[in-house]
Design a protein around this ligand. Structure first.
Ligand code: NAX
Length: 326
């Protein structure tokens, strides 16, 4: 058994966290030989909820759960954190523009970045989930100069998993037989789920999925899936989002399967001609706790147009929060 690691989760009284925390404590995220201490952060108004969640974690008697601490102060919550899962954010209110959400939530991620800078473990790994996740990740990194770019990511794994599920359903194949699918760009309705290099078993996905299906059904279904879940359930995705966080972190820390890649939003280094200095979802392989962007994939004209549109949205978002960046 390893020594316990510290996992900070923000927004810990919220609905995504309510699924996420139990998965982490059971070992799904970091493996069944890795004890965890959960350091939970939320705002003071939710403290009683946080206490209830903590009671339930205790009652589940997880062998790997080495402790739970509750916080409404970021510097205490991030103290010594080895992993930081930034879920806490304000939801989009009625009549609120995306730009308003961006500005409102930006302040939260400035504070998260500063606290990570001040007190987290030197090799902390961060995933930003709270929306707008990609641009919030940029704010975190900009406010934590001690952190290297390879320590901060944003989550597009839910979009990746949704794309896998849509293709599995369309082809009648098991999800486990699908590989090398990519979600490019922003976690938003402009994201581009790309089947150009995907394999279903040994066959190219493009042989099984017509261009018409891809553009008229597959792409909008993945892009609008979050809205469809809200319409059906009356609440945004929570269980599937928690699973995606676990998948994202597990693959990052423990490695992606051989001959496979996953979609992660990471700081662009100019790969595939995407502007540097934005968090963009790329195909990534992970090994030894590090990710790298898969290189050398061919990009056709249709893909390029979509990749550029989602890139432009991220550049626009960056300009809205430019005053919060170094
Ligand atoms: P909830 O509203 O249920 O929970 C959010 C929690 O964050 C609340 O408990 C709130 O009190 C807390 N919070 C607010 N300000 C905080 C602060 N300064 N410090 C710490 N906690 C704070 O939302 P939930 O459904 O759990 O979603 C959380 C976030 O994830 C939202 O921003 C949502 O948009 C985003 N999502 C992102 C996804 C992705 O794929 N990147 C998918 C899931 C999710 O929709």
């Amino acid at each position: 058994m390893n020594d316990p690691v510290r996992v900070t989760v923000t927004g810990a009284a919220g609905q995504v966290a309510y699924s996420l925390l139990f998965s982490i404590a059971s070992g799904d995220m970091l493996g069944d030989d890795q004890p965890v201490i959960l350091q939970l952060l939320d705002i003071p108004e939710t403290f009683s909820v946080l206490e209830g969640v903590s009671m339930e974690l205790e009652d589940a008697a997880y062998p790997l759960l080495a402790g739970v601490t509750l916080h409404d102060d970021a510097e205490r919550a991030f103290a010594g954190a080895d992993y930081a899962l930034l879920v806490g954010a304000k939801p989009r209110g009625p009549g609120m523009e995306r730009k308003d959400l961006l500005e409102d939530n930006a302040a939260i991620f400035v504070a998260n970045g500063q606290a990570l800078e001040a007190v987290a473990s030197h090799d902390v790994r961060v995933v930003v989930v709270g929306n707008p996740a990609n641009t919030n990740a940029l704010i975190v990194l900009g406010n934590a100069p001690r952190l290297a770019a390879h320590q901060v990511t944003a989550m597009t794994r839910l979009d990746h998993n949704r794309a896998l599920a849509q293709l599995a359903r369309h082809t009648g194949e098991a999800v486990a037989r699908i590989r090398r699918l990519t979600v490019w760009g922003n976690h938003s309705a402009t994201l581009y789920p790309d089947l150009s290099h995907a394999l279903v078993g040994d066959r190219a996905a493009v042989e099984l999925a017509s261009p018409e299906w891809r553009t008229a059904q597959f792409e909008p279904a993945v892009q609008q899936r979050g809205a469809a879940v809200i319409k059906a359930r009356g609440k945004s995705s929570a269980g599937s989002a928690a699973q995606a966080i676990v998948d994202h972190m597990r693959d990052w820390v423990l490695g992606t399967p051989p001959d496979e890649w996953v979609s992660m939003s990471v700081l662009s280094d100019g790969s595939y001609g995407i502007a540097e200095g934005i968090f963009y979802s790329f195909p990534c392989r992970c090994a030894n706790g590090r990710f790298e962007i898969v290189q050398g994939l061919s990009i056709d004209e249709m893909s390029r147009q979509r990749m550029t549109a989602t890139e432009q949205e991220l550049l626009d978002e960056r300009s809205v929060v430019a005053h919060l960046l170094p």
